[in-house]
Write a protein that binds this ligand. Structure first.
Ligand SMILES: Nc1nc2c(c(=O)[nH]1)N[C@H]1C(S)=C(S)[C@@H](COP(=O)(O)OP(=O)(O)OC[C@H]3O[C@@H](n4cnc5c(N)ncnc54)[C@H](O)[C@@H]3O)O[C@H]1N2
Ligand code: MOO
Ligand SMILES: [Mg+2]
Length: 411
């Protein structure tokens, strides 16, 4: 019997999920320093030209081309500093001592860097040919007044926020933070710091998901550990639904006798899809509660983190309205080691991507790929993505790899 026959491919699950999602409508204006990682809710339009005035790119001398072309040394008629423009007249047949960032004086055609000049009794002599416009940074050449600097949907990082500062913009309108309620389920779960009872294990998933949510700039409502008790689970889902835009649970989503998550989700809401053709992470439930979206992550820690990463992360990006790519570009490299693979599901194995002595990229497995081996994330730096129908892979074969993004410590 083929247990994998009815499983939904990842791409189909993702597109079904994203087809439901529209970005959160609410936005707020926040100071730039608090806008890191947030997404613009509206286009940002420039109130200024940048640069705001023609200015010098070098320490040197501002000249008129006609004066330089005579070849005669030019006396210095004045000085211009950044923040202190030239005062007074600039007579024909003279030059102006100018510093980097100073406004160029009216009529200036070029700035000559001081290394290309000599001082003579008659004034400054120019030792290299002078071209029109050299070393002048022109008003508006970076950004013009009224231009769209960043469209709505731009994720704001160190690449964007200083641009807004350079435009004198103190606050930016961003999509409000996504509220995500989170809990783990399982009678076996214990908090780190507490002694373990018979058959108990420590709760790994809640911290993994909490940290990834924080990195994504979400407001996290951490509801703790919920026992494998249908009534407690029902109440927790109802509370979570009333507080959050997205509800994330881990565990109890498979077919065991203490796996109540799916049944309760069906009772309180509507499941859009359940079993996926990916490994790990087959039992993953997505759907709608009364007012929030829910994602039921599988209990196995690698499966929980992987499904969060591959499915919930794009969902949250779509809700935030972000138009930034979520995952680094995949690349094809050779595997140095044999990879065990059963046909039927798309595998996300963990590997170490490196460059060999010949300068070629290659990947090596992190070893045991069980869905309980969470340390494979810290040992690896990429997913080795193996096609659904592929079987075992021999050393030397080509495989596709996807470097971890920042959520898993990637660069
Ligand atoms: N008969 C079948 N059994 C299972 C199937 C299946 O298709 N048929 N799928 C397997 C796969 S694949 C996965 S993944 C798991 C998913 O199980 P659940 O989502 O129901 O999760 P649990 O049963 O509650 O736990 C599974 C496993 O993970 C440990 N766990 C749970 N929560 C945490 C946590 N917060 N931190 C650390 N570890 C956790 C739990 O102790 C179990 O060992 O089902 C398979 N079974
Ligand atoms: O999908 Mo399960 O997540 O293989 O362990
Ligand atoms: Mg189970």
């Amino acid at each position: 019997m083929d247990f994998n026959a009815g499983l939904m491919p990842l791409e189909a699950a993702l597109s079904q999920m994203l087809s439901h999602i529209t970005p959160l409508a609410a936005s707020e204006s926040v100071p730039l320093v608090q806008a890191f990682g947030r997404v613009t809710a509206t286009d940002v339009v420039s109130p200024l030209d940048v640069p705001g005035f023609d200015n010098s790119a070098m320490d040197g001398y501002a000249v008129r081309l006609a004066d330089v072309q005579s070849g005669a040394p030019l006396p210095v008629a004045g000085k211009a500093f950044a923040g202190q423009p030239l005062q007074g007249e600039w007579p024909a047949g003279t030059c102006i001592r100018i510093m980097t960032g100073a406004p160029v004086p009216m009529g200036c055609d070029a700035v000559v860097m001081q290394e290309e000049t000599e001082h003579t009794d008659a004034g400054v002599r120019f030792t290299a040919p002078v071209k029109a416009g050299q070393n002048i940074r022109y008003r508006g050449e970076d950004i013009a007044t009224g231009a769209t600097v960043f469209p709505a949907g731009t994720k704001l990082s160190v690449a964007e926020l200083p641009v807004l500062a350079s435009l004198g913009i103190p606050d930016v309108n961003v999509v409000r933070k996504i509220r995500v309620a989170l809990f783990s389920t399982g009678d076996e779960l214990q908090l780190p710091g507490q002694p373990l009872g018979d058959g108990q294990i420590y709760d790994t998933n809640r911290l993994a998901v909490h940290l990834m949510l924080e990195q994504l700039g979400c407001e996290v409502i951490n509801l703790g550990i919920v026992r494998d008790d249908p009534e407690q689970l029902r109440q927790t889902f109802i509370t979570a639904d009333s507080q959050a835009d997205v509800v994330i649970s881990s565990g109890g989503v498979s077919v065991g006798e203490a796996d109540y998550t799916k049944a309760i989700l069906e009772e309180l809401g509507e499941i859009s899809f359940w079993k996926l053709a990916i490994k790990p992470g087959k039992p993953f439930a997505f759907g709608k509660l009364k007012s929030s979206w829910f994602c039921g992550l599988p209990g196995n820690p690698v499966s929980a983190a992987l499904t969060f990463y591959q499915l919930v992360q794009p969902l949250l990006a779509a809700l935030s309205g972000s138009n930034a790519p979520v995952f680094p570009t995949r690349q094809r490299v050779r595997t140095t080691t044999r990879l065990k693979k059963t046909p039927g599901r798309l595998d996300f194995q963990r590997g170490v991507l490196s460059v060999n002595a010949k300068g070629e990229p290659e990947v090596t497995t992190t070893g045991h790929q069980g869905s309980h081996i969470f340390s494979s994330f810290s040992q690896g730096n990429c997913f080795i993505v193996l096609e659904r129908e592929r079987g075992n892979v021999d050393a030397g074969e080509w495989v596709e790899v996807e470097p971890f993004n920042h959520l898993l410590g990637g660069v």
